[in-house]
Design a binder for this molecule. Structure first.
Ligand SMILES: Cc1cc2nc3c(=O)[nH]c(=O)nc-3n(C[C@H](O)[C@H](O)[C@H](O)COP(=O)(O)O)c2cc1C
Length: 311
């Protein structure tokens, strides 16, 4: 069987997750594995249609698609989400439809279930045949018991495909609705009592429902809210997984773009944060350069301790 591994780590060949997929290859020499470092090469895939189509052709030629990804900020990496968006934007869902698939993650088991649920929903949306998932701790490959479990996961997957098993969708498909948001009668403004309110959104169209809702929320705060469209920030790239932040609390991009200054001066100083984004490809919020989720990650890791509010 031919299996294509779509690697969701920005670290490419040195990705921990990739080693788990390579282990599956090692214990299944009878099958052919090919690898695509999706998250690492997302800009290339966005800008070069030939490169994107080459990946999609490889998917077409495969019997199984293995979505292999690390947890980055409670979910899959933003670049992986972007690739999923591109599948729909470029209308190549047919390459995935009807293919057997499974998900494999490495993480420290912090919200790995949400990432697998999200990817399962994506597979359902793409009309794939979702068989199974394997959620490893980043160090599990060192342990014999977990290597055994990973091997069994591979066996179950190959056996499912060989026996052409029937699978069941878990998530209902996203339905696009024609809906135009019209704000109701203006209510009296809320007392903000000097609190700093920041609304972060990524609307691209000032006439969109999202933009109108953002305006409505701003009005509700009596206009005392700072509205920031993150598309207008100069954000050069996504998290590289370099972990400089882990040792020195500094980011590789510091001084190179707007992100860290914006985070420190606008996000960290807010008393109330409102995130506003449209739901695309089963995911809120959608992909973006170090997208809205990464703000929320920082809250979860340290900011919530100060009892700030975030909606
Ligand atoms: C920026 C960043 C965010 C992370 N967020 C999470 C997380 O939310 N949950 C989790 O369980 N692990 C998280 N991790 C741990 C990684 O998922 C784990 O180290 C993984 O094995 C990395 O795989 P990779 O080398 O293939 O990128 C994070 C790591 C980094 C660098």
């Amino acid at each position: 069987m031919k299996i294509i591994v779509l690697n969701g780590s920005p670290k490419g060949e040195v990705s921990v997750t990739l080693q788990y997929a390579r282990y599956l290859e090692k214990v299944n020499p009878q099958h052919t594995f090919t690898y695509e470092n999706i998250a690492l090469q997302i800009k290339h895939l966005e800008n070069d249609l030939t490169a994107f189509n080459r990946v999609i052709d490889r998917v077409r030629q495969s019997d199984i698609v293995l979505w292999a990804f690390p947890l980055y900020v409670l979910s899959v990496h933003g670049n992986y989400k972007r690739f999923i968006e591109l599948i729909t934007e470029r209308g190549v869902q047919d390459a995935f439809a009807g293919k057997y698939t499974a998900t494999l993650s490495t993480s420290i088991h912090f919200y790995d279930h949400t990432a697998h649920n999200y990817m399962h929903a994506v597979c359902d949306d793409l009309n794939m045949k979702y068989v199974d998932f394997f959620s490893a701790d980043m160090n599990d490959l060192h342990k014999e018991e977990y290597r055994r479990q990973l091997t069994l996961f591979g066996q179950r997957l190959f056996s499912a495909v060989k026996n052409n098993i029937t699978v069941q969708k878990l998530y209902p498909p996203l339905q696009k609705r024609d809906f135009t948001y019209k704000p109701g009668n203006p209510a009296s403004a809320l007392q903000t009592n000097g609190r700093k309110i920041v609304i972060l959104h990524d609307s691209k169209d000032p006439e969109s429902n999202l933009a109108r809702m953002v305006n409505r929320v701003k009005e509700r705060f009596g206009g005392n809210a700072t509205v920031v469209n993150i598309n207008e920030l100069n954000i050069k790239g996504d998290c590289l997984g370099c972990l400089i932040c882990g040792s020195s609390n500094r980011c590789f991009y510091e001084g190179k773009d707007d992100y860290i200054d914006f985070y420190r001066n606008t996000v960290m100083t807010a008393d109330i944060l409102v995130y506003a984004a449209a739901l695309l490809t089963a995911s809120f919020p959608p992909a973006g350069r170090r997208s809205l989720t990464e703000f929320s990650s920082i809250h979860i890791h340290r900011y919530c301790r100060k009892s700030r509010l975030s909606y």
